[in-house]
Design a protein around this ligand. Structure first.
Ligand SMILES: NS(=O)(=O)c1ccc(S(=O)(=O)c2ccccc2)s1
Ligand SMILES: [Zn+2]
Length: 261
């Protein structure tokens, strides 16, 4: 089987032979972040975030999560600095959550789960001609992870929550034309960063993860609104969209760096 796999791989176009396309690789995500094992890196810069709210396009339920997608045809919504060599363009953001508040995040901190986790997905438009190309490159993507914890109602999130009933079923989309996702990012500058992968197929090892140390607070009704979404299309037997997080992956030969002491 192994030799067959090698033969099959050899038959592939060189582009697809790189280790990046073999998701059983060495830098998979998510991981547990053991705070005391993370290494402070004084050379890490502050992350600079500048989003143009008018680049917001629509919300859609893709059957995994609900995504808010942005117009990434120009450099109007970008991040720069932090661990990044270039600026990266915002493509979309989405969430992962649990059926109950005891779990739901993809990353954990000292083995603690949060009830949900926000991912803001950006791509390296300086070095690559398209998002699809960037997805296949080791420095192609940068994802900001923000933990959600149970607490006060989040007013910025509420505009998003109010739109969710309209995308209850898989493959439903609604226009969502002005939203500034920086309202979902804690003002505290502290973050961890490590080299990882997408946490859903194609699982490619192309993500520089930037995980914010401080969570944002959301209330129970807002988490419940996530849980009333469906994995299933209209007319199919309803399956609630919950527990859409990937299991923890081995750290292997990686160090998690922190931007703070
Ligand atoms: N959870 S995560 O942030 O790691 C993530 C998974 C998938 C994406 S993607 O939508 O960018 C994408 C990328 C390639 C193909 C299809 C979707 S981002
Ligand atoms: Zn995600």
């Amino acid at each position: 089987a192994c030799s067959q796999k090698k033969a099959r791989n050899a038959a592939l176009h060189p582009l697809w032979q790189s280790p990046l396309t073999i998701p059983g690789g060495t830098r998979q995500s998510p991981i547990n972040i053991q705070w005391r094992d993370s290494v402070y890196d004084p050379f890490l810069k502050p992350l600079k975030i500048s989003y143009d709210p008018t680049t917001c396009l629509h919300i859609w339920n893709n059957g995994y999560s609900f995504l808010v997608e942005f117009d990434d045809s120009t450099d109007r919504s970008i991040i720069i600095g932090g661990p990044l060599e270039n600026q990266y363009r915002l493509k979309q953001f989405h969430f992962h959550w649990g059926a109950i508040n005891d779990w739901g995040s993809e990353h954990t901190v000292d083995s603690k789960f949060y009830p949900a986790e926000l991912h803001l997905v950006h791509w390296n438009a300086v070095e690559y001609p398209s998002f699809e190309d960037a997805v296949m490159e080791g420095n192609g993507l940068a994802v900001i992870g923000v933990f959600l914890k149970l607490g006060a109602r989040h007013e910025g999130l509420q505009t998003l929550v109010d739109a969710l009933p309209a995308v209850r079923h898989k493959d439903t989309v609604i226009e969502f034309d002005v939203f500034d996702p920086s309202c979902l990012i804690p003002s505290c500058p502290d973050y961890w960063t490590y080299a990882g992968s997408l946490t859903t197929p194609p699982l490619t090892e192309s993500v520089t993860w930037i995980i914010k140390k401080k969570p944002i607070e959301v209330d129970e009704d807002q988490l419940e609104a996530f849980r009333m979404l469906l994995f299933t299309s209209d007319g199919e037997e309803e399956k609630r969209m919950v527990d859409n997080f990937r299991p923890l992956q081995p750290l292997m030969n990686r160090t998690v760096r922190s931007s703070f002491r």
